[in-house]
Write a protein that binds this ligand. Structure first.
Ligand code: PBG
Ligand code: ZN
Length: 327
């Protein structure tokens, strides 16, 4: 008998064997590409901190989407970048809100072939830059709820398939579900940003969406980065209130949370591979410290291995352009 009794390396001997034995598979059907929609015509400007990601007017977005669709992008998340902001996020509401306008145009062209989700949050639309309504120096949770519900109903009316509340107000999923049911939108999905942490990784996004708070920070509503058990509590509440899918955000520094959430629910679990995670990869690649394909696939594989079924990632277009999922 040889002195080496068990040889795990047999299952690593070549690519065919490794692929056969692999525990984790990345799937395109679980990937969602985010987009930033601004007002105007024929606008397409690259976001400095996020190379390859743009702010686009609705007409330009329709053209970009046609190209992306050919690449294989069929699931998207939209964020609005309005021209005007006020105390009650008026520019987020009604059919002329920039995202609703874009959704109408996209649905006219792509119909059922494109799955459109949209962020539900006030921060890009409030003059304070906060995710809820500001009363003096506090964010008024319960005054915010009807505005979020209104925003979600207007998105559904424009043709949005899935609304994704990212504001972290208490009770928002319930308020949105009630609003949708009341307006007859019984089939609109809710993807709840359930375990959303007060993270430094959102920096580039806030440049992209012009949504940084004017004063203070988001620690009174987003989760404390030191907490793990609380994530399961947030997820449980959102499910009780009517969420169809739950999300952990950010992804890479929160793999323990993704794993816990996976174990806590049978619903699809999403993870948001956020702007700062994307920018870090781009900077490392620019500096020549890593090969982009390997870095991106390693990150997305880790998120999947932790338990995410769905990943929102700015890398999706690059992945498809270069055929990185095909080996
Ligand atoms: C809005 C929102 C944010 C992100 C998604 N929705 C920013 C924030 O909470 O400040 C972050 C996404 C990213 O960083 O890619 N509430
Ligand atoms: Zn917000």
């Amino acid at each position: 008998m040889s002195s080496v009794f068990y040889r795990p390396r047999r299952l690593r001997v070549n690519q065919l064997v490794r692929d056969m034995a692999a525990e984790t598979q990345l799937k395109l059907s679980g990937m969602i590409q985010p987009y930033f929609v601004c007002e105007g015509k024929d606008v397409k400007s690259e976001i400095t901190s996020m190379p390859g990601i743009f702010r686009e007017s609705p007409d330009s977005l329709v053209k970009s989407m046609a190209a992306d669709f050919k690449l294989g992008i069929k699931r998207v998340m939209l964020f609005g970048v309005p021209n005007t902001k006020d105390a009650v996020a008026s520019s987020a509401m009604g059919e002329n809100a920039v995202v609703n306008h874009a959704i109408k145009m996209l649905k006219d062209k792509f119909g059922e072939d494109l799955f459109i989700s949209a962020d539900v949050c006030l921060c890009a639309y409030t003059d304070s830059g906060h995710c809820g309504v500001l009363e003096g120096i506090v964010i008024d949770n319960d005054k915010t709820l009807p505005l979020l519900a209104q925003m979600a109903v207007d998105l559904a009316r424009a043709g949005c398939d899935c609304v994704a509340p990212s504001d972290m107000m208490d009770g928002r999923v319930g308020a949105i579900r009630d609003g949708l049911e009341g307006a007859g939108f019984v089939n609109t999905l809710i993807l709840a940003y359930s375990a959303k942490y007060a993270s430094a990784y959102y920096g580039p996004f806030r440049e992209a969406a012009e949504s940084a708070p004017q004063k203070g920070d988001r620690q009174s509503y987003q989760m404390d980065i030191r907490n793990r058990l609380e994530a399961v509590k947030e997820v449980t509440l959102d499910i009780e209130e009517g969420a169809d899918m739950v999300m952990v955000k950010p992804a890479l520094a929160y793999l323990d949370i993704i794993s816990d959430v996976r174990a806590a629910t049978e619903l699809p679990v999403a993870a948001y591979n956020v702007s700062g995670e994307y920018s870090m990869v781009k900077l490392m690649v620019q500096a020549g410290y890593a090969e982009e394909k390997r870095l991106v696939l390693e990150n997305l594989t880790a998120i999947t291995r932790a338990g995410a079924d769905i990943i929102l990632t700015y890398h999706l277009r690059d992945i498809l352009k270069h055929g990185w999922l095909n080996g």
